[in-house]
Design a protein around this ligand. Structure first.
Ligand code: MN
Length: 461
């Protein structure tokens, strides 16, 4: 059964974006199509936001553009599980397997992404239906661009996703979070030390393996390791690349749209505000600038966008983070069963851990490991394996009936956290562990009700 699912999963995960959209369009719970004309400025985001976590939305008719827009394709875990042929909550382990079965990408000569090319009078807003999400955002943003660059020293590749604010006809401000260990930041400082621009390609509307491979970052992968090899591992086939027309960097062949350009050395502009992952506006900060020199796209391209603060923004990366949190907890407490970065915690701040406790106290070691496994994680709740960690009511029930605040609470103040959490102070945050496991002795008091196993449907006509 698992093998059959895996095979089907691979079939879907090997589709390019347009075929993936077509595949899921068969079911209105997965993709809904809007034929009515929609304005990419504010209106489209307002519609898509209301459907966040449910079906993806294909907007066929855009005001001022003939290119349709897809939003929300990766907004729910069930759809992503279907793509990769994984059991719903074993998804993170798909990426663990991919990390140990990497495949080198290959270069192809002919790419459909080169069907239509623009190399003169580049005008991003004229060419693409770039969305402006909310009136308080600083402007229109490209949000699903896969940025590829090469280390100026070693020529090794890096793949990452960054939000890109349109600031001029042919210029984008690129948000590369500072001092967060982003590999692109390292590349840019090396280029700037040489007073050189850093060439990049930006692929929009890529196949799912590349999108999720692009989400792999520290500590699962370090600078110098190619995310596209992991993407190949996810796909089970090498990723196909096309050589840059204007830059010595490859782009994803088969992607809907490709931009080529360079990050200008020692140039910074005000970027933001932008409604970001924690559902608050990031205040403006100074970030580098990409000058776009070349655009190509497929015939009848589809433009993909991700709205800030939606499940599609936070969930894909959280699958990878769950894997790294799980590994850290497993090293401290081998009987850990699963970890879940909850959607209410922006898929970042709150983790629920399931453990089959074998030694009293082990659950507290697991809490410490989880809390220190990632910069973002603030709150860790640990429960016994009989609790469904994906059901918030069950987790709350465990806290209500298996937790005592005077002895089961761990509070570690003033640790380094994430500054995008507005309750943190100068980037410092308090980490909290909640031990909602039953004690190993005296378990009789915690006996759960057991009913006969019946099939309810048998009782209705
Ligand atoms: Mn990297």
């Amino acid at each position: 059964m698992l093998c059959a699912d895996k095979a089907k999963g691979n079939e879907i995960s090997r589709m390019d974006l347009r075929n993936l959209v077509e595949y899921f369009r068969k079911n209105e719970y997965d993709v809904r199509t809007i034929h009515k004309e929609v304005d990419p400025k504010f209106e489209l985001a307002a519609v898509a936001r209301q459907l966040d976590g449910g079906p993806a939305v294909l907007f066929e008719k855009l005001k001022g553009s003939s290119i349709p827009v897809i939003v929300g394709l990766y907004s729910n875990r069930k759809r992503v599980s279907e793509i990769f042929g994984a059991d719903l909550f074993r998804l993170p382990f798909v990426f663990e397997e991919a990390l140990s079965n990497r495949m080198k990408p290959i270069l192809v000569k002919k790419s459909p992404s080169r069907e239509i090319c623009f190399d003169k009078e580049i005008d991003l807003m004229k060419t693409l239906p770039i969305l402006w999400h909310t009136p308080k955002d600083a402007g229109p943003y490209i949000t699903a661009g896969i940025v590829i660059a090469k280390d100026p020293e070693t020529d090794r590749r890096n793949v990452s996703i960054h939000r890109l604010q349109v600031i001029e006809r042919d210029k984008l401000a690129i948000c590369i979070a500072k001092n967060m260990g982003r590999h692109l930041e390292t590349f840019l400082s090396k280029a700037e030390a040489r007073k050189r621009p850093l060439e990049v390609t930006i692929s929009i509307g890529v196949e799912p393996s590349v999108f999720f491979g692009g989400c792999v970052t520290n500590p699962l992968i370090s600078v110098g390791e190619d995310e596209l090899e992991v993407a190949g591992g996810i796909k089970g086939e090498p990723i196909e690349l096309v050589q840059g027309e204007k830059v010595k960097v490859e782009a994803i062949s088969g992607s809907e749209i490709i931009l080529e350009g360079e990050i200008l050395p020692d140039v910074r502009v005000k970027e933001g505000p932008f409604l970001d992952f924690a559902n608050y506006y990031n205040p403006p900060e100074n970030y580098p600038v990409v000058r776009i020199r070349f655009i190509s796209h497929r015939k009848k391209p589809i433009y993909q966008a991700i709205l800030g603060g939606t499940f599609e923004h936070t969930m894909p990366g959280s699958l990878l983070r769950e894997l790294s949190v799980f590994k850290a907890v497993r090293a401290a407490a081998p009987s850990v069963k699963a970890v879940f970065l909850t959607p209410g915690g922006c898929c970042l701040f709150n983790v629920v851990i399931s453990i089959k406790k074998e030694i009293e106290g082990q659950q507290r070691n697991a809490i410490l490991a989880a809390l220190s496994s990632h910069l973002y994680i603030k709150h860790a709740v640990i429960v016994d394996e009989d609790i469904d960690i994906y059901n918030p009511h069950e987790v709350e029930w465990a806290i209500a009936t298996r937790f005592q605040g005077n002895k089961d609470l761990i509070v570690i103040p003033e640790t380094v956290g994430h500054k995008f959490d507005p309750s943190s102070f100068e980037g410092r945050t308090t980490r909290v562990g909640v031990d909602a496991t039953m004690p190993l002795i005296d378990r009789d008091q915690f006996e759960r009700g057991v009913f006969l196993k019946v099939n309810v449907e048998d009782y209705f006509d």
